[in-house]
Design a protein around this ligand. Structure first.
Ligand SMILES: [Zn+2]
Length: 373
């Protein structure tokens, strides 16, 4: 069973966990998709509650299911986590997210471990007290939740606010109000990632977005704590995560390579805008086929994630090279109309994803040996 884009617009429940220098996967989104796709009566009931944004009912219903020993424990926990996030109970949401990560196909995934460590640290202050942030026209843009773990500055707040409107102009659409939680869990994440992947993460950012909520963390591998020293990069991260949210609000689930690629592009544009320079990009060491590139779990595997992100952003750059930045809003419209990446590409430019893959491979060959993109 597949949902139409219109149906998906009502079900923008998705989690994006971002890892090494990048965003890792719509992990929960995959679960939501698989969950709803099964179309059991329970799944349909939850889907309708999500559509109605009835978060208390979702918490009640999933709690009942868990108490009754429902085998879809992971999905229940994620949905309950969404409910808690939406209702502002950050600690309860972390608890559900951490527990859910124990049941997935990759039980040790870094974010789940990081959440568990944050919860175990009784002294860790968690975000509360949302601050409404308004746009230049007085419109409510988002609610900001943050704490002293993620030092905030006035300059960064201004970057973020302007970035929200910048992103909307970039894509030619408007986003509904969202919640942004900012925290720093670099320590737990670094330990978890090192244990899992055997290597140090470079710098890390993470985002989790439900229908209208983004969780953000970022720390830099030079030891700079969290966000305060890097307002432009923080705006870039925020734009990256907001792009995932925006695309799901507008289009529904996308092919993974394009979802990450567009988020990368938007984040780069924000850094370019606010810092006056491009972020450092890198060349992947290998070319992956589309099947691997569209497999969400690729982006959780420390051995391959960096290559996958490099390739997704490279292919998207090849696409934007064809249409130009002004063509991006048009492309979003085509995606909405066609509900399918290849159909939109064919309609707009007479190409498909495989063509872009070949184009990317050719451009990669021509610059290999240089200093990277
Ligand atoms: Zn991402």
């Amino acid at each position: 069973m597949a949902l139409s884009p219109a149906q998906w617009k009502r079900r923008q429940n998705i989690t994006i966990a971002c890892g090494v220098c990048a965003c890792v996967v719509a992990y929960t989104g995959v679960f939501v998709w698989a969950f709803i796709s099964r179309a059991s009566p329970f799944a349909r009931e939850i889907a309708s509650l999500v559509a109605a944004e009835d978060w208390p009912a979702i918490i009640d219903r999933t709690t009942l299911a868990l108490d009754a020993g429902d085998e879809r424990r992971e999905e229940c926990l994620y949905f309950r986590g969404f409910g808690h996030v939406q209702m502002g109970d950050f600690r309860a949401a972390l608890s559900d997210m951490a527990s859910a990560g124990s049941y997935g196909p990759w039980p040790g995934w870094p974010n789940a471990r990081a959440y568990r460590e944050m919860l175990a640290d009784a002294t860790a202050p968690l975000p509360e007290h949302p601050e409404p942030i308004y746009g230049s026209d007085g419109r409510l843009l988002y609610y900001l939740h943050y704490d002293q773990l993620a030092p905030w500055t006035e300059a960064m707040g201004e970057h973020q606010r302007l970035s929200f409107e910048f992103l909307e102009r970039l894509f030619g659409v408007r986003m509904g109000p969202v919640h942004v939680y900012l925290f720093n869990n670099w320590g737990p994440f670094e330990r978890a990632f090192t244990a899992l992947g055997g290597t140090q993460p470079r710098s890390w950012q993470a985002g989790t977005a439900t229908s209208g909520c983004v969780l953000l963390c970022r720390t830099f591998s030079d030891g700079t704590p969290s966000t305060s020293q890097h307002p432009a990069e923080m705006a870039g991260l925020t734009c990256h995560e907001w792009t995932h949210l925006l695309l799901r609000q507008q289009v529904g689930p996308l092919d993974k390579w394009l979802d990450e690629g567009l988020a990368y592009w938007a984040g780069d544009q924000a850094v370019l805008r606010w810092a006056g320079r491009r972020p450092i990009n890198w060349l992947g060491s290998r070319a992956l086929d589309l099947g691997v590139l569209n497999d969400p779990f690729t982006y959780y595997d420390p051995a391959i994630a960096t290559d996958a992100y490099a390739q997704a952003s490279g292919m998207t750059e090849a696409l934007i090279g064809r249409m130009g930045p002004q063509g991006v809003p048009q492309f979003v419209k085509l995606l909405k109309q066609h509900g399918d990446v290849d159909a939109a590409l064919t309609f707009g430019w007479g190409i498909d994803s495989e063509d872009l893959l070949e184009e990317w491979k050719a451009s990669r060959t021509s610059i290999q040996g240089g200093q990277g993109r």
